[in-house]
Design a protein around this ligand. Structure first.
Ligand SMILES: Nc1ncnc2c1ncn2[C@@H]1O[C@H](COP(=O)(O)OP(=O)(O)OP(=O)(O)O)[C@@H](O)[C@H]1O
Length: 526
């Protein structure tokens, strides 16, 4: 049995170093010493997650507790896991008091560092997802299996703790038992940005050039009449999207897994704003707004898994089963035709195009270079770290956002700029209502948040800046929209921000001369 303090110590070691190697070995050392039953909860704790999902304790409950810490560690990983399960199970009358009692008992047995870790874990503050890549490597090291095997099992299972448990219990053989299962969502394949269309086409050889629709990712699983629909973060939304369920049920096949984008269109066939599509994924959605699916991949058909088939073949299957629901695309176009498709996509109100190598397999969950996205403007998905109280017309509202990029080596988000540009009155009101629910602490000007909200930012470029910890700052950043379909683990990394700096915007005025400080109410205190 391993003590919970070992998890807390490993987590502190990971936080204390910027070296990816040091992080990996701290986690691998911990994992290697665990009993089989401890791997799942310990992996979840390290990733800042609760093994069974949220436990229903809010910041107000947590911060009201003031329990003297235990002098010596005694809690085991299993005991903490069981206590959190019990916490989640509490319901009915008097549940508030019972929760407080249980928490006080747990914290009373924890040392001061364990208490701090538990409070941050339960409050969701440790959940930043950035450690995913490092954790996968650590699991591979601890289980002495190739990292690729762990990654593939993770893509198929969608769950890090289950993947870690399998790797440590049964090594490569156990990992190989994860298969695509119709009805269980897998982690979606992602794209990396390309600077220009020509660059992407030149790099990938024969390609499919497809509209990049500005909707929301969907993954649809059908087995007979049983249909399930999932989001990009593998959340099930089947009940909110009956029209998609019906449509997929009508396809001429027995079982299928489809990958695609969905969006709502207006009467003239132009895309509705992204927020309207996303609002359909909520619990009480506006049913009047019909969603249309645009499929771009077929991962399974009638008993056959297609993940390892080249895209060319997967598209043939898609064409056979759902020709009328395919995303607009051209196969193996010459450069002029590719450029024409890009222009058509923009004219039709879409974001840009995706360029995909026709001979590539479906490598989910990893930002590969076989899918490239080409867009005319720079956008980054960043994590909201804090917000400052507004002035003048905006006083009383949480306004100027502090924005962070993901640390690819698993550290906390790295601040790269601030902006209040682009915030509508509606968004200001929303921020002011929502942010305090995610507050970690505040001072007179600023409310600091659990780093979990992702916001899409448009910018003119990125410049070197000694004032910011990553050495780079956004130029002329403005808020495009919030991205409720993304979590902090899928935010852009500091490397993506630096890549914008290297690439520039391609526009003549992008000389890096104009600072953004005064323009954006940036006070110079990053
Ligand atoms: N034809 C297409 N093929 C693949 N993905 C598409 C396509 N059209 C739209 N998309 C969307 O683009 C996303 C892929 O781009 P990326 O991997 O960069 O994710 P993203 O960060 O959500 O993209 P962005 O922030 O640029 O919208 C997919 O998750 C999907 O939602």
């Amino acid at each position: 049995m391993v003590l919970f303090s070992a998890v807390v110590t490993a987590s502190a070691e990971v936080a204390a170093t910027r070296s990816r190697k040091a992080k990996t070995s701290a986690i691998a050392a911990l994992l290697g010493g665990l009993d089989a039953t401890e791997v799942r909860p310990a992996t979840a704790f390290l990733a800042g997650e609760l093994p069974g999902g949220r436990a229903g304790v809010g910041w107000s409950t947590l911060s009201a507790l003031d329990v003297p810490p235990a002098p010596e560690p005694s809690l085991t990983v299993g005991e903490v896991d069981a206590a959190i399960d019990e916490l989640r199970g509490i319901s009915g009358s008097g549940s508030g008091q019972r929760r407080t009692d249980l928490l006080a008992g747990l914290l009373g047995r924890a040392t001061a560092p364990e208490q701090e870790f538990l409070v941050r874990l339960l409050g969701g503050e440790l959940r930043q997802g950035a450690l995913e890549g490092v954790m996968l490597e650590a699991v591979a090291t601890a289980a002495r299996v190739p990292a690729e095997d762990v990654r593939r099992a993770f893509m198929l299972s969608g769950r890090l703790p289950a993947t870690a448990e399998a790797a440590l219990r049964g090594g490569g053989a156990e990992l190989a038992r994860f298969r695509l299962e119709v009805g269980r969502p897998l982690r979606p394949m992602l794209a990396s940005p390309a600077e220009t269309l020509d660059e992407a086409v030149a790099e990938l050889g024969e390609v499919s050039v497809e509209y990049k629709l500005d909707g929301a990712r969907i993954q649809v699983h059908r087995d007979g009449d049983d249909v399930h629909v999932y989001t990009r973060t593998l959340r099930e939304i089947t009940r909110s999207v009956p029209e998609l369920v019906e449509l997929v049920r009508g396809l001429d096949c027995r079982s299928i897994v489809l990958d695609g984008e969905t969006l709502a269109l207006d009467d003239s066939g132009r895309p509705r704003p992204f927020q309207e599509t996303m609002s359909r994924f909520g619990a009480q959605s506006e049913r009047e707004l019909l969603l249309r699916p645009y499929f771009f991949d077929c991962l399974h058909l009638d008993g056959e898994d297609l993940l390892d088939h080249p895209l060319r073949q997967r598209l043939e299957f898609l064409e056979k089963v759902a020709p009328q629901h395919r995303i607009p695309a051209v196969l193996a176009p010459d450069p002029e035709r590719a450029a024409a498709v890009f222009d058509e996509a923009l004219d039709a109100g879409h974001e840009g195009v995706m360029v995909k190598a026709l001979d590539s397999v479906y490598a989910a969950g990893r930002r590969g270079r076989t899918w490239r996205k080409v867009k005319p403007a720079h956008t980054l998905d960043l994590v909201v770290l804090a917000a400052e109280w507004g002035h003048g017309r905006r006083s009383g509202y949480l306004s100027n956002l502090h924005l962070g990029a993901r640390d690819p080596d698993g550290g906390p988000p790295i601040m790269v700029g601030k902006t209040f540009k682009g915030l509508t009155d509606e968004l200001l009101a929303w921020q002011t209502a929502e942010f305090p629910k995610r507050e970690t602490h505040r001072d007179a000007w600023t409310v600091h948040l659990v780093p979990e909200l992702v916001v899409e930012i448009e910018l003119d470029g990125v410049q070197a800046s000694p004032r910011y910890p990553g050495g780079v700052a956004l130029r002329f950043a403005r808020v495009l929209r919030y991205r409720p379909d993304k979590d902090a683990a899928s935010a852009d990394t500091i490397d993506a921000v630096r890549a914008v700096q290297r690439g520039g915007s391609g526009r003549p005025e992008d000389t890096g001369q104009q600072g953004n400080a005064g323009q954006q109410g940036d006070t110079g205190r990053p």
